[in-house]
Design a protein around this ligand. Sequence first.
Ligand code: HEC
Length: 138
Amino acid sequence: MTKPQIWVAAFLGLFLILFLLEKSTNRSDLQETSTPGGMPQLGQTTQASTPQDLISSLGCTSCHGADLTGTKMGPNIHGVKQYWSRDNLINYLRNPSSYMSSDRFKSYKAKYQIMMPPFNNIDVKNLGKIADYLLKLK
Ligand code: HEC
C-alpha cells in the first residue's frame, strides 16, 4: 500500500472501532432501562430516556461541555430561552444551517471552527424533550 492508502485504512479502522464502541455502550443503556424481569423494551427506551441522557448520548456535551456552559468547540447554551421558542429550537436542532443569518450566529461562526451538526435523524419527541430542558436552563 502507498502511504496515503495506509492513512485511509487507519482512519477507517478507527471509525469502525468508535462505531462498535458506541454500539456497545448503547446496548448497556438498554439493559439499565429494561423492565425488571422483562425484556429490554427496544422501541420505548429512547422515549424513556431523560433529556440529560439524550444530551450526552447525542454528543451535545462534547461540544457544549458537560454542564452545557460551552467549550472551545461550542457556545454556552444556558439561557437560550431568550432567543428561541420551543418550535424554533426544535427546528434549529434539526437544521442549524438555516438559522445562520443573525449576528449572533455570524459571531459564532467566526469563533468556532466547527458548526453545530444537524440532528434531523432524531425522533422529534426526543428533540422536544431536549428543547424543553434547554429552555429551562438559566
Ligand atoms: C460538533 C460540535 C457540536 C455538537 C455535537 C453540538 N453542537 Fe450545538 N452548537 C455548536 C456550535 C459551534 C454552535 C454555534 C453555532 C454554529 O456555529 O453552528 C452551536 C449552537 C447551538 C445552539 C444555539 C445557541 C444559541 O445561541 O442560540 C444550541 C441550542 C445548541 N447548539 C444545542 C445543541 C444540542 C442540543 C446538541 C446535541 C443534540 C448540540 N448542540 C450538539 C456545536 C455543536
